[in-house]
Design a protein around this ligand. Structure first.
Ligand SMILES: [Zn+2]
Length: 397
């Protein structure tokens, strides 16, 4: 996509250089500088175990899951304010080493539910930290619990929040799992990876398996066979272009510097939308366009929305038909694309339900965006979605 000006491109390049400099200062070699050369001519292959290990062993802990996430959840558990359940735990520690049987896991994953769960009430699911580096996905989920969840339980919802699905990624500020896999391509609802499936979902991860098992548990033990709402909270960051996109090309053996960092490549900062956006499933249009509009209208009071007609936003041939043209902030995807790529938003597949993936943008230069705004934008997405459903689905009950 073309950037609006040379100036904008120059500023983005400068920012990329700064990020690379910072990551080198922290002693963390960018993942895209790790290569697997298969012959003397420098031909690249996919990373093997050795490169994955080099990558993982050079990631460093940057914040505390215990202090920033678990402390809050345990507080609710102790006070009895919510139903708190350990859904599972990662089998490794912060260094990726397997935790011996019987030892306390470093990375338990929790589900937090509103009280008085009742099979007759509609169920809403909020997931955060599928990509652990996206801080407001985790902190926004916790803030929603702290400030809003009980209100929506009182108006008639069962609500379950899984605030941090990738705790190692949270601590190390990484997109991938400790095994070098993108967790948001590993949610295969049928529990299998279909070879050559569209966009190649990645093998099941411990992270995705914990959520898949939790949903099965909710089905069997709490009669939840239908989630009316699922909001999966994410961010798009500049590091997607400066680090994670290029690292993926290195990992997959497809890295060509000029292509990756050239215009439109995974390392082109110009491909990062400037502002908040959500994913829209084309198969849910037009009947759910009011649902998406409700979220965008709520968020625009807090942070700026990505511009329309740029960065693939509203790239759908019928965006105009559904009243989404010119609104901005919506990436229209093929029907059920989240399922076919193994994205978390696809795990709650149902005949009729509402789902989206949010993308908060914390790194904007055109507008000041604080952490507090990012968290509030995530909360606003969930609350506006629930408000919309109260009016659209619960009226007359
Ligand atoms: Zn994400």
């Amino acid at each position: 996509m073309a950037l609006s000006s040379d100036y904008e491109r120059r500023v983005m390049r400068e920012r990329l250089r700064e990020q690379i400099h910072r990551s080198q200062e922290s002693g963390e070699k960018p993942g895209w500088q790790i290569f697997n050369n298969v012959d003397g001519e420098g031909k690249l292959a996919k990373w093997g175990d050795e490169q994955i290990e080099e990558w993982r062993s050079t990631r460093t802990m940057k914040r505390s899951y215990e202090e920033e996430v678990l402390a809050k959840i345990r507080g609710w558990q102790d006070s009895g304010r919510f139903e708190v359940e350990q859904a599972g735990a990662l089998s490794h520690d912060h260094r990726g080493q397997k935790i011996p049987a019987g030892q306390t896991p470093r990375y338990p994953v929790y589900a937090v539910r509103t009280k008085n769960w009742c099979p007759h009430k509609p169920c809403a699911l909020v997931t955060g930290g599928v990509h652990g580096y996206e801080k407001s996905g985790v902190q926004g989920a916790l803030q929603f619990l702290e400030e809003k969840a009980e209100h929506y339980a009182s108006v008639g919802f069962n609500i379950m929040v899984v605030p941090c699905i990738s705790p190692w990624g949270y601590e190390c500020i990484q997109r991938w799992t400790a095994r070098g896999v993108d967790p948001n391509r590993s949610f295969n609802p049928d529990g299998e990876v279909v070879p050559d499936r569209k966009l190649n979902p990645e093998p099941e991860t411990e992270e995705s398996r914990i959520l898949l098992d939790l949903l099965e548990h909710m089905h069997i033990n709490y009669e939840v066979d239908h989630w009316l709402l699922h909001v999966d909270l994410h961010e798009t960051t500049d590091t997607d272009a400066s680090e994670f996109g290029p690292a993926k090309a290195a990992r997959d053996g497809t890295f060509v510097h000029s292509e990756v960092f050239g215009p439109g490549g995974d390392g082109d900062p110009g491909t990062i939308p400037d502002g908040f956006y959500i994913y829209v499933d084309e198969g849910t249009l037009p009947h759910q366009s009011g649902f998406y509009a409700a979220m965008l209208n709520a968020v625009k009071e807090i942070t700026h929305i990505a511009p329309a007609g740029k960065f693939d936003i509203e790239d759908s041939p019928n965006a105009a038909e559904f009243g989404l043209e010119g609104v901005g902030g919506a990436v229209v995807c093929e029907a059920q694309e989240d399922e076919t790529i193994g994205a978390c938003a696809g795990v709650t597949k149902n005949a009729k339900y509402y789902k989206t993936t949010t993308e908060v943008y914390p790194d904007s230069k055109s507008h000041q965006v604080t952490e507090e705004q990012c968290n509030r934008a995530q909360v606003a997405c969930v609350t506006s979605a629930l408000d919309y459903l109260v009016a659209a689905e619960l009226s007359g009950c």
